[in-house]
Design a protein around this ligand. Structure first.
Ligand SMILES: [Zn+2]
Length: 493
Protein backbone atom coordinates (compact mmCIF):
# COMPACT_ATOMS: atom_id res chain seq x y z
CA UNK A 1 0.00 0.00 0.00
CA UNK A 2 1.39 3.44 -0.94
CA UNK A 3 1.64 6.13 1.71
CA UNK A 4 -0.99 8.10 -0.21
CA UNK A 5 -3.37 5.11 0.03
CA UNK A 6 -2.62 4.75 3.75
CA UNK A 7 -3.67 8.37 4.18
CA UNK A 8 -6.86 7.85 2.16
CA UNK A 9 -7.83 4.91 4.30
CA UNK A 10 -7.03 6.82 7.51
CA UNK A 11 -9.11 9.86 6.49
CA UNK A 12 -12.03 7.58 5.55
CA UNK A 13 -11.91 6.21 9.09
CA UNK A 14 -11.94 9.74 10.54
CA UNK A 15 -14.89 10.51 8.27
CA UNK A 16 -16.93 7.60 9.67
CA UNK A 17 -16.54 8.97 13.19
CA UNK A 18 -17.39 12.48 11.96
CA UNK A 19 -20.53 11.03 10.34
CA UNK A 20 -21.66 9.60 13.67
CA UNK A 21 -20.80 12.89 15.42
CA UNK A 22 -22.87 14.92 12.90
CA UNK A 23 -25.93 12.71 13.41
CA UNK A 24 -25.64 12.86 17.21
CA UNK A 25 -25.41 16.65 16.95
CA UNK A 26 -28.44 16.90 14.67
CA UNK A 27 -30.44 14.61 16.97
CA UNK A 28 -29.47 16.67 20.03
CA UNK A 29 -30.77 19.83 18.34
CA UNK A 30 -33.88 18.43 16.63
CA UNK A 31 -35.18 15.45 18.65
CA UNK A 32 -33.53 14.79 21.97
CA UNK A 33 -35.51 15.23 25.18
CA UNK A 34 -33.78 17.61 27.65
CA UNK A 35 -32.97 14.75 30.03
CA UNK A 36 -30.68 13.20 27.45
CA UNK A 37 -28.37 16.18 27.43
CA UNK A 38 -25.69 15.19 29.93
CA UNK A 39 -25.06 11.68 28.62
CA UNK A 40 -25.14 12.93 25.04
CA UNK A 41 -22.63 15.69 25.77
CA UNK A 42 -20.32 13.12 27.34
CA UNK A 43 -20.65 10.76 24.38
CA UNK A 44 -19.98 13.57 21.90
CA UNK A 45 -16.98 14.86 23.87
CA UNK A 46 -15.52 11.34 23.96
CA UNK A 47 -15.97 11.02 20.20
CA UNK A 48 -14.27 14.39 19.69
CA UNK A 49 -11.27 13.28 21.71
CA UNK A 50 -11.08 10.09 19.65
CA UNK A 51 -11.29 12.00 16.34
CA UNK A 52 -8.63 14.43 17.57
CA UNK A 53 -6.34 11.52 18.42
CA UNK A 54 -6.85 10.03 14.94
CA UNK A 55 -6.27 13.42 13.31
CA UNK A 56 -2.97 14.00 15.12
CA UNK A 57 -1.56 10.45 15.07
CA UNK A 58 2.29 10.77 14.90
CA UNK A 59 2.59 8.41 11.93
CA UNK A 60 0.67 10.85 9.72
CA UNK A 61 3.61 13.21 9.37
CA UNK A 62 5.75 10.38 7.96
CA UNK A 63 3.00 9.36 5.52
CA UNK A 64 2.68 12.97 4.33
CA UNK A 65 6.41 13.28 3.74
CA UNK A 66 6.58 10.02 1.80
CA UNK A 67 3.37 10.63 -0.17
CA UNK A 68 4.83 13.85 -1.49
CA UNK A 69 7.46 11.82 -3.34
CA UNK A 70 4.94 9.38 -4.83
CA UNK A 71 3.57 9.75 -8.35
CA UNK A 72 0.14 11.35 -8.02
CA UNK A 73 -2.50 12.62 -10.47
CA UNK A 74 -3.57 16.28 -10.31
CA UNK A 75 -6.64 15.31 -8.31
CA UNK A 76 -4.62 13.17 -5.92
CA UNK A 77 -2.22 16.07 -5.41
CA UNK A 78 -5.18 18.29 -4.48
CA UNK A 79 -6.44 15.53 -2.20
CA UNK A 80 -3.06 15.30 -0.46
CA UNK A 81 -2.96 19.09 -0.06
CA UNK A 82 -6.37 19.11 1.65
CA UNK A 83 -5.55 16.19 3.98
CA UNK A 84 -2.38 17.98 4.95
CA UNK A 85 -4.28 21.18 5.54
CA UNK A 86 -6.69 19.43 7.95
CA UNK A 87 -3.77 17.72 9.66
CA UNK A 88 -1.98 21.04 10.14
CA UNK A 89 -5.16 22.61 11.56
CA UNK A 90 -5.50 19.70 13.99
CA UNK A 91 -1.89 19.71 15.17
CA UNK A 92 -0.73 23.32 15.23
CA UNK A 93 -2.16 24.37 18.59
CA UNK A 94 -0.85 23.00 21.92
CA UNK A 95 -3.52 21.02 23.74
CA UNK A 96 -3.26 23.18 26.90
CA UNK A 97 -4.19 26.27 24.86
CA UNK A 98 -7.18 24.53 23.25
CA UNK A 99 -8.41 23.44 26.68
CA UNK A 100 -7.88 26.90 28.20
CA UNK A 101 -9.81 28.44 25.28
CA UNK A 102 -12.64 25.99 25.62
CA UNK A 103 -12.94 26.73 29.35
CA UNK A 104 -12.71 30.52 28.97
CA UNK A 105 -15.14 30.44 26.02
CA UNK A 106 -17.79 28.40 27.86
CA UNK A 107 -17.52 30.62 30.92
CA UNK A 108 -17.81 33.81 28.87
CA UNK A 109 -20.68 32.51 26.74
CA UNK A 110 -22.63 31.13 29.70
CA UNK A 111 -22.46 34.44 31.60
CA UNK A 112 -23.11 36.42 28.40
CA UNK A 113 -26.61 34.92 28.13
CA UNK A 114 -27.76 36.91 31.19
CA UNK A 115 -25.25 39.76 30.93
CA UNK A 116 -26.50 40.62 27.47
CA UNK A 117 -30.10 40.94 28.67
CA UNK A 118 -28.90 43.14 31.53
CA UNK A 119 -26.68 45.29 29.28
CA UNK A 120 -23.84 44.42 31.68
CA UNK A 121 -20.68 45.36 29.78
CA UNK A 122 -18.55 45.61 32.96
CA UNK A 123 -19.36 42.02 33.92
CA UNK A 124 -18.92 40.75 30.35
CA UNK A 125 -15.62 42.56 29.80
CA UNK A 126 -13.97 40.69 32.71
CA UNK A 127 -14.62 37.26 31.14
CA UNK A 128 -14.06 38.42 27.57
CA UNK A 129 -10.60 39.75 28.36
CA UNK A 130 -9.36 36.16 28.86
CA UNK A 131 -11.03 35.00 25.61
CA UNK A 132 -9.34 37.78 23.64
CA UNK A 133 -5.94 37.12 25.26
CA UNK A 134 -6.12 33.42 24.39
CA UNK A 135 -7.31 34.14 20.84
CA UNK A 136 -4.35 36.47 20.34
CA UNK A 137 -2.09 33.71 21.59
CA UNK A 138 -3.70 31.31 19.11
CA UNK A 139 -3.33 33.85 16.29
CA UNK A 140 0.37 34.31 17.09
CA UNK A 141 1.05 30.56 16.98
CA UNK A 142 -0.85 30.20 13.70
CA UNK A 143 0.94 33.26 12.34
CA UNK A 144 4.39 31.83 13.16
CA UNK A 145 3.63 28.47 11.56
CA UNK A 146 1.68 29.67 8.51
CA UNK A 147 3.73 32.79 7.82
CA UNK A 148 0.64 35.04 7.84
CA UNK A 149 -0.29 38.11 9.90
CA UNK A 150 -2.09 37.13 13.14
CA UNK A 151 -5.57 38.03 11.86
CA UNK A 152 -4.98 36.42 8.45
CA UNK A 153 -3.95 33.27 10.28
CA UNK A 154 -7.36 33.28 12.03
CA UNK A 155 -9.16 33.96 8.72
CA UNK A 156 -7.39 30.93 7.27
CA UNK A 157 -9.47 28.62 9.49
CA UNK A 158 -12.65 29.64 7.67
CA UNK A 159 -11.43 31.15 4.38
CA UNK A 160 -8.17 29.55 3.27
CA UNK A 161 -6.05 31.94 1.17
CA UNK A 162 -8.24 34.98 1.88
CA UNK A 163 -6.19 37.84 3.31
CA UNK A 164 -6.70 41.21 4.95
CA UNK A 165 -5.14 42.83 1.89
CA UNK A 166 -7.87 41.47 -0.40
CA UNK A 167 -10.68 42.05 2.13
CA UNK A 168 -9.59 45.66 2.69
CA UNK A 169 -9.82 46.30 -1.06
CA UNK A 170 -13.26 44.67 -1.37
CA UNK A 171 -14.79 46.16 1.77
CA UNK A 172 -13.40 49.67 1.36
CA UNK A 173 -14.98 49.70 -2.10
CA UNK A 174 -18.35 48.68 -0.59
CA UNK A 175 -18.04 51.43 2.03
CA UNK A 176 -17.76 54.09 -0.68
CA UNK A 177 -21.21 53.35 -2.12
CA UNK A 178 -23.26 51.41 0.45
CA UNK A 179 -24.38 54.21 2.84
CA UNK A 180 -25.74 56.30 -0.04
CA UNK A 181 -27.44 53.29 -1.61
CA UNK A 182 -29.16 52.51 1.71
CA UNK A 183 -30.44 56.10 1.99
CA UNK A 184 -31.77 56.07 -1.57
CA UNK A 185 -33.51 52.73 -1.04
CA UNK A 186 -35.12 53.99 2.17
CA UNK A 187 -36.32 57.16 0.45
CA UNK A 188 -37.89 55.09 -2.34
CA UNK A 189 -39.48 52.73 0.16
CA UNK A 190 -41.10 55.61 2.05
CA UNK A 191 -43.27 56.38 -0.95
CA UNK A 192 -44.64 52.82 -1.01
CA UNK A 193 -47.24 51.12 1.17
CA UNK A 194 -46.92 47.63 2.55
CA UNK A 195 -49.30 45.29 4.38
CA UNK A 196 -47.66 43.32 7.20
CA UNK A 197 -48.84 39.77 7.96
CA UNK A 198 -51.32 39.82 10.84
CA UNK A 199 -52.97 36.40 10.74
CA UNK A 200 -52.19 33.07 12.33
CA UNK A 201 -50.07 30.84 10.11
CA UNK A 202 -50.19 27.32 11.61
CA UNK A 203 -46.90 25.45 11.96
CA UNK A 204 -48.24 22.42 10.07
CA UNK A 205 -49.17 24.62 7.07
CA UNK A 206 -45.79 26.38 7.16
CA UNK A 207 -44.01 23.04 7.22
CA UNK A 208 -45.92 21.60 4.27
CA UNK A 209 -45.32 24.85 2.38
CA UNK A 210 -41.60 24.59 3.22
CA UNK A 211 -41.51 21.05 1.82
CA UNK A 212 -43.19 22.25 -1.40
CA UNK A 213 -40.55 24.97 -1.76
CA UNK A 214 -37.78 22.43 -1.16
CA UNK A 215 -39.24 20.27 -3.96
CA UNK A 216 -39.25 23.27 -6.29
CA UNK A 217 -35.58 23.77 -5.37
CA UNK A 218 -34.93 20.09 -6.12
CA UNK A 219 -33.78 19.10 -2.63
CA UNK A 220 -33.07 15.36 -2.71
CA UNK A 221 -35.36 13.79 -0.10
CA UNK A 222 -33.67 10.41 -0.54
CA UNK A 223 -30.58 12.05 0.92
CA UNK A 224 -31.89 14.46 3.51
CA UNK A 225 -34.81 15.79 5.53
CA UNK A 226 -36.33 18.90 7.14
CA UNK A 227 -36.86 19.23 10.90
CA UNK A 228 -37.36 21.89 13.55
CA UNK A 229 -34.80 23.38 15.97
CA UNK A 230 -34.31 26.53 18.04
CA UNK A 231 -31.41 27.72 15.86
CA UNK A 232 -31.84 26.77 12.17
CA UNK A 233 -28.88 24.99 10.60
CA UNK A 234 -27.75 22.64 7.86
CA UNK A 235 -26.02 19.56 9.25
CA UNK A 236 -25.66 15.84 8.70
CA UNK A 237 -23.44 14.47 5.92
CA UNK A 238 -23.59 14.80 2.10
CA UNK A 239 -25.41 11.48 1.68
CA UNK A 240 -27.91 12.43 4.40
CA UNK A 241 -28.27 16.20 4.84
CA UNK A 242 -30.34 17.45 7.78
CA UNK A 243 -31.73 20.97 7.59
CA UNK A 244 -33.80 22.65 10.28
CA UNK A 245 -35.93 25.73 10.67
CA UNK A 246 -38.06 27.36 13.36
CA UNK A 247 -41.64 28.50 12.92
CA UNK A 248 -43.39 31.61 14.23
CA UNK A 249 -47.17 31.27 13.84
CA UNK A 250 -47.62 35.05 13.61
CA UNK A 251 -45.09 35.44 10.76
CA UNK A 252 -44.41 32.99 7.95
CA UNK A 253 -42.02 35.35 6.10
CA UNK A 254 -38.76 34.52 7.92
CA UNK A 255 -39.23 30.75 8.30
CA UNK A 256 -40.02 30.35 4.63
CA UNK A 257 -36.95 32.22 3.41
CA UNK A 258 -34.91 30.42 6.08
CA UNK A 259 -35.84 27.14 4.40
CA UNK A 260 -34.77 28.50 1.00
CA UNK A 261 -31.43 29.53 2.56
CA UNK A 262 -30.75 26.18 4.25
CA UNK A 263 -31.79 24.34 1.08
CA UNK A 264 -28.97 26.19 -0.70
CA UNK A 265 -26.47 24.89 1.87
CA UNK A 266 -28.00 21.42 1.55
CA UNK A 267 -27.85 21.22 -2.24
CA UNK A 268 -24.15 22.12 -2.16
CA UNK A 269 -23.57 19.24 0.25
CA UNK A 270 -25.76 16.86 -1.78
CA UNK A 271 -23.96 17.91 -4.96
CA UNK A 272 -20.41 17.31 -3.71
CA UNK A 273 -18.59 14.71 -5.87
CA UNK A 274 -19.18 11.08 -4.88
CA UNK A 275 -15.70 10.13 -6.12
CA UNK A 276 -14.17 12.02 -3.19
CA UNK A 277 -16.83 11.23 -0.58
CA UNK A 278 -15.43 11.14 2.93
CA UNK A 279 -12.17 12.87 1.99
CA UNK A 280 -11.11 16.44 2.80
CA UNK A 281 -10.82 17.27 -0.93
CA UNK A 282 -14.47 16.22 -1.35
CA UNK A 283 -15.68 18.73 1.23
CA UNK A 284 -17.05 22.26 0.73
CA UNK A 285 -14.31 24.77 -0.21
CA UNK A 286 -14.84 27.28 2.61
CA UNK A 287 -17.45 28.94 4.82
CA UNK A 288 -17.70 31.81 2.31
CA UNK A 289 -18.34 29.44 -0.60
CA UNK A 290 -20.91 27.57 1.51
CA UNK A 291 -22.64 30.85 2.25
CA UNK A 292 -22.46 31.74 -1.46
CA UNK A 293 -24.71 28.76 -2.16
CA UNK A 294 -27.28 29.51 0.56
CA UNK A 295 -27.27 33.17 -0.45
CA UNK A 296 -27.56 32.34 -4.15
CA UNK A 297 -30.70 30.40 -3.26
CA UNK A 298 -32.01 33.04 -0.88
CA UNK A 299 -31.02 36.33 -2.53
CA UNK A 300 -30.58 35.56 -6.22
CA UNK A 301 -33.41 33.01 -6.60
CA UNK A 302 -35.67 33.28 -3.53
CA UNK A 303 -36.23 37.03 -3.47
CA UNK A 304 -36.55 37.44 -7.24
CA UNK A 305 -39.95 38.54 -8.59
CA UNK A 306 -40.42 35.31 -10.54
CA UNK A 307 -39.76 33.13 -7.51
CA UNK A 308 -42.09 35.25 -5.36
CA UNK A 309 -44.84 34.33 -7.87
CA UNK A 310 -44.33 30.67 -6.92
CA UNK A 311 -44.23 31.55 -3.21
CA UNK A 312 -47.50 33.44 -3.60
CA UNK A 313 -49.30 30.58 -5.36
CA UNK A 314 -48.09 27.96 -2.87
CA UNK A 315 -48.61 30.05 0.27
CA UNK A 316 -52.14 31.13 -0.72
CA UNK A 317 -53.04 27.44 -0.93
CA UNK A 318 -51.15 26.44 2.22
CA UNK A 319 -52.78 29.14 4.39
CA UNK A 320 -56.08 29.15 2.53
CA UNK A 321 -55.53 32.90 2.15
CA UNK A 322 -56.97 33.63 -1.28
CA UNK A 323 -58.72 36.79 -0.05
CA UNK A 324 -55.98 38.04 2.36
CA UNK A 325 -54.48 41.35 1.01
CA UNK A 326 -51.03 40.33 2.34
CA UNK A 327 -50.90 37.76 -0.43
CA UNK A 328 -50.41 39.75 -3.61
CA UNK A 329 -47.34 39.55 -5.79
CA UNK A 330 -46.49 43.17 -5.16
CA UNK A 331 -46.92 43.02 -1.38
CA UNK A 332 -45.02 39.76 -0.94
CA UNK A 333 -42.13 41.17 -2.98
CA UNK A 334 -42.09 44.28 -0.78
CA UNK A 335 -42.06 42.11 2.35
CA UNK A 336 -39.03 40.23 1.04
CA UNK A 337 -37.08 43.31 -0.04
CA UNK A 338 -37.79 45.67 2.86
CA UNK A 339 -34.85 47.75 4.05
CA UNK A 340 -34.48 48.78 7.68
CA UNK A 341 -31.51 50.36 9.47
CA UNK A 342 -31.41 48.36 12.70
CA UNK A 343 -28.97 47.48 15.47
CA UNK A 344 -29.08 43.71 15.06
CA UNK A 345 -27.11 41.85 12.39
CA UNK A 346 -29.16 38.65 12.39
CA UNK A 347 -32.33 40.65 11.74
CA UNK A 348 -30.72 42.80 9.04
CA UNK A 349 -31.97 42.87 5.43
CA UNK A 350 -29.87 42.14 2.35
CA UNK A 351 -28.85 45.79 1.86
CA UNK A 352 -27.77 46.74 5.39
CA UNK A 353 -26.24 43.35 6.25
CA UNK A 354 -22.79 44.10 4.71
CA UNK A 355 -22.51 47.21 6.90
CA UNK A 356 -22.86 45.01 10.00
CA UNK A 357 -20.27 42.55 8.72
CA UNK A 358 -17.68 45.15 7.67
CA UNK A 359 -17.94 46.81 11.09
CA UNK A 360 -17.18 43.49 12.85
CA UNK A 361 -14.41 42.66 10.39
CA UNK A 362 -12.59 45.95 11.01
CA UNK A 363 -12.90 45.60 14.77
CA UNK A 364 -11.79 41.97 15.04
CA UNK A 365 -8.93 42.58 12.59
CA UNK A 366 -7.53 45.39 14.74
CA UNK A 367 -8.24 43.55 18.00
CA UNK A 368 -6.39 40.38 16.96
CA UNK A 369 -3.52 42.35 15.40
CA UNK A 370 -3.16 44.25 18.70
CA UNK A 371 -4.06 47.69 17.32
CA UNK A 372 -6.94 48.15 19.75
CA UNK A 373 -7.73 46.63 23.17
CA UNK A 374 -10.91 44.78 24.09
CA UNK A 375 -11.99 47.71 26.28
CA UNK A 376 -11.94 49.98 23.19
CA UNK A 377 -14.55 47.90 21.38
CA UNK A 378 -17.80 49.63 22.56
CA UNK A 379 -16.52 53.06 21.53
CA UNK A 380 -15.15 51.90 18.16
CA UNK A 381 -18.43 50.05 17.55
CA UNK A 382 -20.44 53.21 18.20
CA UNK A 383 -18.26 55.30 15.88
CA UNK A 384 -18.47 52.81 13.02
CA UNK A 385 -22.21 52.28 13.46
CA UNK A 386 -22.76 56.04 13.23
CA UNK A 387 -20.53 56.29 10.16
CA UNK A 388 -22.23 53.54 8.13
CA UNK A 389 -25.84 53.31 9.36
CA UNK A 390 -26.13 56.62 11.18
CA UNK A 391 -27.27 55.07 14.48
CA UNK A 392 -25.55 55.28 17.86
CA UNK A 393 -24.97 52.41 20.30
CA UNK A 394 -23.46 54.55 23.03
CA UNK A 395 -24.19 52.79 26.35
CA UNK A 396 -26.38 50.31 24.47
CA UNK A 397 -24.05 47.32 24.75
CA UNK A 398 -26.66 44.61 24.33
CA UNK A 399 -27.63 45.93 20.91
CA UNK A 400 -24.02 46.85 20.16
CA UNK A 401 -20.89 44.81 20.70
CA UNK A 402 -22.59 42.26 22.99
CA UNK A 403 -25.23 41.14 20.46
CA UNK A 404 -23.45 38.25 18.71
CA UNK A 405 -22.44 34.91 20.16
CA UNK A 406 -19.35 34.50 17.90
CA UNK A 407 -16.80 36.53 19.85
CA UNK A 408 -17.84 35.14 23.25
CA UNK A 409 -16.02 31.89 22.57
CA UNK A 410 -13.28 33.34 20.38
CA UNK A 411 -14.60 32.69 16.85
CA UNK A 412 -12.56 35.54 15.33
CA UNK A 413 -12.19 35.51 11.54
CA UNK A 414 -15.63 34.10 10.69
CA UNK A 415 -17.69 37.25 10.04
CA UNK A 416 -16.25 38.14 6.58
CA UNK A 417 -17.59 34.82 5.19
CA UNK A 418 -21.17 36.14 5.25
CA UNK A 419 -20.51 39.09 2.96
CA UNK A 420 -18.00 37.22 0.80
CA UNK A 421 -20.79 34.70 0.21
CA UNK A 422 -23.23 37.42 -0.88
CA UNK A 423 -20.61 38.83 -3.25
CA UNK A 424 -19.73 35.47 -4.78
CA UNK A 425 -23.43 34.77 -5.33
CA UNK A 426 -23.92 38.05 -7.24
CA UNK A 427 -20.87 37.25 -9.36
CA UNK A 428 -22.17 33.76 -10.26
CA UNK A 429 -25.44 35.31 -11.38
CA UNK A 430 -23.64 37.82 -13.62
CA UNK A 431 -21.75 34.97 -15.31
CA UNK A 432 -24.63 32.51 -15.40
CA UNK A 433 -26.78 35.07 -17.25
CA UNK A 434 -24.47 34.73 -20.27
CA UNK A 435 -25.48 31.09 -20.85
CA UNK A 436 -28.68 30.50 -18.86
CA UNK A 437 -32.01 32.34 -19.08
CA UNK A 438 -32.33 32.56 -15.30
CA UNK A 439 -35.63 34.47 -15.18
CA UNK A 440 -37.28 32.10 -17.66
CA UNK A 441 -36.07 29.05 -15.72
CA UNK A 442 -37.46 30.41 -12.43
CA UNK A 443 -40.73 31.46 -14.09
CA UNK A 444 -41.22 28.01 -15.65
CA UNK A 445 -40.80 26.31 -12.27
CA UNK A 446 -38.08 24.06 -13.68
CA UNK A 447 -34.86 25.50 -12.29
CA UNK A 448 -32.67 22.67 -13.60
CA UNK A 449 -30.46 24.86 -15.87
CA UNK A 450 -29.55 27.05 -12.86
CA UNK A 451 -28.70 24.07 -10.68
CA UNK A 452 -26.73 22.46 -13.50
CA UNK A 453 -24.53 25.57 -13.69
CA UNK A 454 -23.96 25.53 -9.92
CA UNK A 455 -23.23 21.81 -10.02
CA UNK A 456 -20.75 22.06 -12.90
CA UNK A 457 -18.94 25.10 -11.57
CA UNK A 458 -19.12 24.86 -7.78
CA UNK A 459 -20.63 21.70 -6.25
CA UNK A 460 -18.70 19.14 -8.31
CA UNK A 461 -15.44 21.03 -7.73
CA UNK A 462 -15.54 20.64 -3.92
CA UNK A 463 -12.03 21.53 -2.64
CA UNK A 464 -10.09 20.56 -5.76
CA UNK A 465 -8.98 24.19 -6.27
CA UNK A 466 -8.12 27.16 -4.10
CA UNK A 467 -11.00 29.61 -3.66
CA UNK A 468 -9.51 32.12 -6.11
CA UNK A 469 -9.03 29.41 -8.74
CA UNK A 470 -12.55 28.08 -8.20
CA UNK A 471 -14.07 31.54 -8.72
CA UNK A 472 -11.84 32.31 -11.68
CA UNK A 473 -12.76 29.04 -13.40
CA UNK A 474 -16.45 29.66 -12.75
CA UNK A 475 -16.67 33.36 -13.58
CA UNK A 476 -13.48 34.29 -15.46
CA UNK A 477 -12.18 36.60 -12.72
CA UNK A 478 -11.45 36.65 -9.00
CA UNK A 479 -13.95 38.21 -6.60
CA UNK A 480 -15.12 41.62 -7.83
CA UNK A 481 -17.43 43.77 -5.68
CA UNK A 482 -18.85 45.50 -8.78
CA UNK A 483 -21.27 42.59 -9.40
CA UNK A 484 -22.64 42.87 -5.88
CA UNK A 485 -23.15 46.62 -6.26
CA UNK A 486 -24.96 46.14 -9.58
CA UNK A 487 -27.21 43.47 -8.08
CA UNK A 488 -28.17 45.66 -5.11
CA UNK A 489 -28.79 48.72 -7.28
CA UNK A 490 -30.94 46.67 -9.61
CA UNK A 491 -33.10 45.41 -6.79
CA UNK A 492 -33.35 48.43 -4.48
CA UNK A 493 -33.31 51.53 -6.69
ZN1 LIG B 1 -26.01 30.19 5.91
Amino acid sequence: MSNYDQLISHYQTINHFNHAQAMLGWDAAANMPAGGNEARSNAMAELSVHVHRLSTQPQLSEWFNNAENETLTTEQTASLREMKRQWLQATLLPEELVQAQSKAGSKCEHAWRTQRQENDWTGFEKNWKEVVTLSREEAQIRSDILGLTPYDAMLDKFEPDTTTVSLDVLFSDVKTWLPELIEKALAKQQTESIIMPSGIYPTAAQKSLGLDIMKLLKFDFDHGRLDQSVHPFCGGVPSDVRITTRYDESDFVQALMGIVHETGHARYEQGLPKAFAGLPVGEARSMGIHESQSLFFEMQIGRSKDFITHLLRLSKDAFNAHKDPVFTEDNLYKLYTRVDKGFIRVDADELTYPAHVILRYEIERDLINGLIEHTDVPEVWDEKMKATLGISTKGNFKNGCMQDIHWTDGAFGYFPSYTLGAMYAAQYKATMTQTVDIDAAIKSGDLTPIFQWLSDNIWSQASLHTTDELIKRATGETLNAAHFKKHLEGRYL
